[in-house]
Design a protein around this ligand. Structure first.
Ligand code: UD1
Ligand code: CA
Length: 457
């Protein structure tokens, strides 16, 4: 028995195909930039592949290359495929970018975003097993083999790759399908591709034919079969996008619960790709996490909250029906209640805004109490201004704090005040009209009016 040798440390290049037209999305946005869990599908894929520490990343694009250039920045190189003459032709476009690259190449599809790192690694490991395959193909066995290309294999060795349109009835009966993903040595890839023709049902240069070319050289080509068809599911339409979102959310909810969060109705909670939840967090029904949310231990999020770009420290309570927008920071044991919106504002430890309030561009001191209906008037139609509220200050209900304004520590703002000038520490500020007191006036008014009405009948 030969001892399984670990693959030599070879540099890795990714070639991500994304030049297809994506017609079925019916979108001006490039297909691979459509988000799942708040992140473009391409970025999900690259994040999984990044765990393998690739030395090079080449994304093959056709239409919409400016969008991809903007999204990728300098995190990957772009190779342009125009016109699109098939998957093999697409990979060929990476040749000049990878000129002289000595290492392994993993070919991925930008619209197949949820391939696991372990699966990619298994493909690369298979490439370096003693039988020295020229190509490793990732295959799967779907319930319905549909139009997928077929992988004709025996004992893990591929004897033929055939597209559905070119396949015989016997070949179509084979259930092992090509995911499209492959691993090949960089030193061999482009020579193999150079020998691929387009004499087939679609008149395209098929990437799959590199297997047939290698076989004609009596080289072994191997297949790795994933037992999870979902990881190789392609996204071609909005419906498939929604299905992929649904599968992602389902997994994330299970993970959240496994990590010690209580989700009262898991199927109604929607996470983002980067949501961070501490232990003993409770999330009630119908809560949506946008990107950039961190939730510390022991936080309770009541039903129907929308939270994005926010940090919730331990023991915080939010909602029901609260909206936390980017830059919201709730420090330890702060409370935000129903119909409260917080944007770019910090509630320091133990501060409370329990009802019907807007806090924007504000700093709320520890232990301060923000009464129902308080509004920070942060915008004059041109610029935004800050409101700073001191520790333990008490803001009476229905107050308007007209920024820029400071409310001192321990100050009291009387209910219904419109405060436009700073309030000192310990001050009472009352900004409302003097009260007119007229005992008995209403009784006399009612009597007079009733009499008048009776006279008119
Ligand atoms: C391809 C495979 C098929 C496999 C299926 C899995 C070939 C010949 N066929 O078929 O065996 O079962 O994927 O979904 O490889 N692309 C380009 N440039 C092109 C053509 C395609 O970049 O000229 C990209 C697309 O953007 C997409 C991927 O390659 O990401 C696959 O293209 P698609 O047209 O979906 O391939 P299929 O014909 O479905
Ligand atoms: Ca496809």
């Amino acid at each position: 028995m030969t001892e399984a040798s670990s693959p030599p440390e070879r540099p890795l290049a990714l070639v991500v195909l994304a030049a297809g037209k994506g017609t079925r999305m019916k979108s001006d946005l490039h297909k691979v930039l459509h988000p799942i869990a708040g992140r473009p599908m391409l970025m999900h894929l690259l994040a999984s592949a990044d765990a393998l520490d690739p030395a090079r990343k080449v994304v093959v694009v056709g239409a919409g290359r400016e969008q991809l250039a903007a999204a990728l920045g300098d995190s990957a190189e772009l190779a342009v495929q125009d016109p699109q003459l098939g998957t093999g032709h697409a990979v060929q476009q990476a040749e000049s970018a990878l000129a002289g690259f000595a290492g392994d190449v993993l070919i991925l599809y930008g619209d197949v975003p949820f391939v696991r790192t372990e699966t990619m690694r298994a493909m690369l490991e298979r490439l370096h097993e003693p039988d020295n395959p020229a190509v490793v193909v990732l295959a799967f066995e779907p319930e319905d083999a549909l139009q997928y290309g077929r992988v004709i294999a025996e004992n893990g060795v591929v004897t033929k790759m055939v597209e559905h349109k070119d396949a015989s009835a016997e070949e179509r009966a084979c259930r092992l399908c090509n995911s499209g993903l492959m691993a090949v040595r960089g030193e061999e890839l482009f020579a193999l591709l150079g020998r691929v023709g387009n004499d087939n049902a679609q008149g395209e240069y098929y990437l799959t034919d590199i297997v047939n070319v290698a076989n004609s050289d009596r080289r072994v080509c191997a297949v790795v079969v994933t037992d999870d068809p979902d990881e190789v599911a392609g996204i071609n339409s909005r419906a498939e996008l929604a299905e992929a979102e649904g599968r992602w959310q389902k997994k994330r909810r299970l993970q959240a619960m496994a990590d010690g969060a209580s989700l009262v109705a898991p199927e109604t909670v929607w996470f983002s790709w980067d949501t961070v939840l501490g232990r003993d967090v409770t999330v009630e029904q119908n809560v949506v996490f946008g990107p950039g949310v961190t939730v510390a231990v022991g936080v309770v999020i009541h039903a129907f909250c929308h939270i994005e770009g926010a940090r919730l420290e331990s023991g915080v309570s939010v909602g029901p029906f609260a909206r936390l927008r980017p830059g919201a920071v709730l420090e330890e044991k702060a409370r935000v209640g129903n119909f409260v919106e917080v944007k770019n504002a910090v509630l320091h430890a133990g501060a409370k805004a329990n009802h019907l309030t807007y806090l924007g561009d504000a700093d709320v001191g520890a232990g301060a109490n923000i009464g129902a209906g308080t509004i920070t008037c942060n915008y004059d139609g041109y610029f935004k201004y800050r409101t700073v509220i001191g520790e333990r200050a008490f803001i009476g209900s229905n107050s308007a704090l007209i920024a820029p304004v400071k409310i001192g520590a321990d100050a009291i703002v009387a209910a219904g005040s419109a405060v436009s000038r700073d309030v000192a520490d310990g001050e009472l500020r009352l900004v409302r009209a003097e009260q007119l007191v007229k005992p008995g006036w209403a009784d006399r008014f009612h009597d007079a009016m009733k009499r008048k009405k009776a006279e008119r009948k």
